[in-house]
Design a protein around this ligand. Sequence first.
Ligand code: CO
Length: 132
Amino acid sequence: MIGKIDHIGIAVSDLDAQVTFYRDVLGLHFEGYEDLPDRGLRVGVFLVKDVKIELLQSTSPDSAIGKFIEAKGEGIHHIAFCTADAQAELNRLKEAGVKLIDESPRPGAEGTRVAFLHPKSTFKVLMELCEH
Ligand code: CO
């Protein structure tokens, strides 16, 4: 079962400039930066009540975010939903005919397990399942 929205991922070119905007202009609560070198990412995390906004900057040209920005430019990249059991949810969605990027969950940030659904099956919105 899908619970609440965990986070919204936004692809950005200039992380520091966007952190300044989200923190100082919008006035959102800044949690801090997180470096994910294995995924070629530097992330700025904001918390809006219990929903995170993750600003995703590529640190490597062949990262998923680097390729996304090259093809489509900056903007909303994905929506992540919380689920108590990501594998069960993947199985259910696959059964329902949804194309999966990940057949089983893999390690995400902060000890989570994450899996992505293919945008071809979700009306072009990249969706992530996130198990805490
Ligand atoms: Co995500």
